[in-house]
Design a protein. Structure first.
Ligand SMILES: Cc1cc2nc3c(=O)[nH]c(=O)nc-3n(C[C@H](O)[C@H](O)[C@H](O)COP(=O)(O)OP(=O)(O)OC[C@H]3O[C@@H](n4cnc5c(N)ncnc54)[C@H](O)[C@@H]3O)c2cc1C
Length: 360
């Protein structure tokens, strides 16, 4: 079986892993990113329609409180624009009665990225050598060796497809997912494994819907596109339009728990009818729509992520450890950040820590 040797292996090509790769690349270090999916971005996903990219994962950043994101976006020459919030909101009661309510501006101010959040990943990848990112490379096992680690790629129950030898490993995926799907040899301590399993993966139990229209008909009647519903399927809706020009969009989070979302077609039909009840008939006929159920994504969510998470957890490195096996494996991934954990800012924070700590 082929075994490739490299200085650093980054496991996971979401924002944290890609940012770690970008930082290593700028320092001329040798590394490989092993990404399980056939695409990079992880929870960042922005399918394109008529040149507009709809964010089905994160769509907002908050420059006032997330300085690393603000600076990176500026340094990379990307542009952000304010979340559209002008006008009144809508509220739907548990029995489907809809009323107009006063609108409000979210604090701190939310910004969207031109080109969708995927523009950030694409731009970072420009500075990463192309053959350094290996897609469709799910890591199934990490073994500690006298120096460094042996990393196996493939399905656990089968022979590994390929192996990598590395001096250092950056684990840039949710710790819960790592503990539930990757074999560590020797075993991680019971305390550390429990701590990793207990760290909920932020938004992993969520599903998001995006509808695109040629006209912002809700704005024309003085509505901001912001709505809250106690009936569902969408629990929270926002304007998801392009900056200034079209396409225009309405986007929302599904308020139904993951276990009740198994009938996708029926759910989408119910969402379109709900949009029509809240915004009028044209809302049921978008020119395009997208739906993503993150709870059904095996490289994001585990069974522990299926129940809804009501509060943003206070994240920190698992069991207080930023690295294990005498500095062979370093934790990255937003859920291991000391600050802004769960958010994009946390993904950058944790990546920076892993890179700074492991480069002498
Ligand atoms: C619906 C939704 C809305 C959100 N909204 C916002 C928002 O508005 N603002 C904000 O700041 N944050 C938001 N977030 C959170 C944000 O998406 C995350 O903080 C961020 O994307 C996490 O990046 P990460 O690299 O740490 O993890 P991930 O993006 O999860 O990346 C982990 C990567 O590891 C890969 N992987 C998994 N298992 C393996 C394996 N065995 N081998 C190799 N690779 C593997 C995955 O495929 C993935 O690419 C939202 C998330 C969701 C789902």
């Amino acid at each position: 079986m082929p075994t490739e040797k490299v200085d650093t292996i980054i496991i996971g090509g979401g924002l944290s892993g890609i940012y770690a790769a970008y930082l290593l690349s700028r320092r001329n270090k040798s590394f490989i990113v092993l990404e399980a999916r056939e695409r990079v971005g992880g929870r960042i996903l922005s399918p394109e329609h008529q040149g507009f990219c709809s964010d089905l994962g994160p769509s907002w950043y908050w420059p006032e409180i997330h300085p690393k994101m603000a600076r990176l976006i500026q340094d990379l020459g990307l542009k952000g624009y304010r979340q559209f919030e002008e006008g009144r909101g809508r509220f739907e009661s548990p029995v489907g009665a809809v009323r107009t309510v006063s609108g409000y501006v979210m604090e701190p101010l939310s910004w969207r990225l031109s080109g969708g959040m995927m523009a950030l990943i694409r731009k970072l990848c420009e500075d990463i050598p192309e053959n350094a990112i290996r897609l469709s490379h799910p890591v199934c096992k990490i073994e500690k060796k006298v120096a460094g680690a042996l990393i196996s790629v493939g399905e656990l129950e089968k022979e590994p497809r390929t192996r990598f030898r590395a001096n250092k490993v950056i684990l840039a995926l949710p710790p819960r997912l790592a503990a539930a799907t990757i074999l560590f040899d020797p075993d991680l301590s019971h305390n550390l494994t429990q701590a990793m399993l207990k760290i909920g993966t932020w938004m992993a139990g969520q599903a998001k819907f995006y509808a695109l229209y040629e006209e912002p008909f809700w704005r024309q009647t003085g509505l901001s596109g912001q709505a809250f519903s106690e009936r569902g399927p969408l629990g929270e809706i926002h304007d998801g339009s392009n900056d200034r020009r079209g396409p225009f969009g309405l986007t929302g989070f599904v308020g139904i728990p993951a276990v009740q979302r198994d009938q996708q077609q029926l759910l989408i039909e119910a969402i379109l009818s709900q949009l029509a009840i809240i915004y009028g008939k044209p809302a049921a006929q978008p020119m395009a729509f997208f739906y993503q159920d993150w709870a059904r994504e095996r490289f994001t969510a585990t069974r522990f992520d299926q129940p809804p998470m009501y509060e943003h957890p206070l994240y920190h490195p698992p069991a207080g450890q930023t690295c294990i096996w005498d500095g062979t494996i370093y934790f990255a991934g937003t859920e291991t950040a000391n600050q802004h954990g769960g958010y994009l800012e946390g993904a950058l924070t944790a990546a920076e820590r892993a890179v700074m700590n492991h480069i002498p």
